[in-house]
Design a protein around this ligand. Sequence first.
Ligand code: CTP
Length: 397
Amino acid sequence: MLKGKKIVLGITGSIAAYKACTLIRLLIKQGAEVQVVITPTGKEFITPITLSALTHKPVVSEFFNQRDGSWHSHVDLGLWADAMLIAPCTASTLGKMAHGIADNMLITTYLSMKAPVLVAPAMDLDMYVHASTQDNLQLLQQRGVTIIEPGSGFLASNLEGKGRMQEPEIIVDELTEFFALREGRLRGQRILITAGPTYERLDPVRFIGNYSSGKMGIALARESVCQGAEVELVLGPCSIPLPNSSLLHTTRVESAKEMYNAATSLFPKCTSGIMCAAVADFTPVSCEDKKIKREADSLTLNLTPTKDIASAIGKLKTENQKLCGFALETHDALKHAQEKLIRKKLDMIVMNCLQDPGAGFQVDTNKVTIITADKVEALPLQNKNSVAKEILNRFIP
Ligand code: CTP
C-alpha cells in the first residue's frame, strides 16, 4: 500500500529509536523505499550499521561524507521524497523544526523538504504537556506538519506508558491513510460492507451460527480504506483485528435482525454496498429466557425466516448506487449465483464454491468467480487481501 513511495525517515535521540527497526521493516514490507537521516544523538541510541542493513542504503547523518569530503545534499533528499517521517521525534527536534534551527542534517533536510512531513513525538509526559512543546506542535501543525499522537497510554495516565512513541504499526497505518486520503483511487466513495456471521439466540447460553470468520469482509474494508474510501462496516461476531483508520466506521451487531437494521439505515448515505456477511436464513421464533434443559428425548426448534438484507438494499438502491453480493454454493454454483444476481438486484456477485480447496470459511485464501449481467470471470486461488483488490477493481473501476 506504500508501494514505490520514497520515505525519508528522520530518527532523533530518543529511547524509542529502537522502534525505528520495526518501523523500517514494516515500511519496506508495504513496498516503500526508506532513506534514514539520523541526528548525532540518534546515533547514541541506534547504530547506522543496523539502519543501513535494514534499508539497504547508507544512513545520512553528517553534512558531508567523512571519507571523501563530498556533500550530502539535503536539497536532493527534499526533492526525492514522497514524505518525510520523523519517528521518534524529540522535544528538541520539534523546537528546532518550529524555529528553523538548522544545526544538523535532519533539520536542514526538513527545511528543504518539498514533500509532506509527519512527526511521531516521543518524550517524557511532563515534556510533552509543557507549554513550549505544545506551542511548537501547534506551530508545526499550522505549517501543515501532521502530528502522529503518542500512544493512548501516554495521555491516559501519568504513570503508564510515559514517553511512549506511537507503535510502529499505527504509524505505518497513519502514513498509509495519509497517502490514501491524498491520492487514493476511491476517495469520495462511501462503501457499506456487511461481514462476519450472525448469531441467532436460542437461550441465554446458546445460539445458531455459522463458520464465517469475517476475514473476507474485513479484507474488503481494509483495501477500501487503503484506497481512500470511507467504509461503514456492519460486523457480526468475530475476533479478527480491524484496520486502524479514521475512514473506517464499524457497527457491531449480533443477529440477522440487528444487521438488517444497521445496514438498511446506513445504505442511503453510501455510494455502494458489498454484502459479504454470512447471514442466518432462519432464526428461532422465540429466545428462551432460561437455559433449555436436556430433559426431553428430543428437541424441536421452531424457526422463522430472517429478512434478506441484500434484497432489501437492492430495493433501496438508487440509480447512482451499486450493490455487490456474495454467494457461497455447494452445487450448481453458477446457476444459483446468476439467479441471486437477478433476484437481489445486484450489479455484481462474487461466487465461491465450498468444494474448491482454499475457498470458503476460516481460511486466508479464496477462489472466486466474479459474475455480472454480461460476464463470468473465474479468478485463480489467492489470499483474501488480493481477492479484495480484484473485487474492488471490478466493482468500482
Ligand atoms: N444475504 C443477506 N441477508 C440474508 C441472506 C443473505 O444479505 N438474510 C446476502 C449475503 O450477504 C450474500 C447474498 O445475500 O451477499 C447471498 O447469500 P446466500 O446465503 O448465498 O443466499 P441466500 O439468499 O441465503 O440463498 P441460499 O441460502 O438459499 O443459497
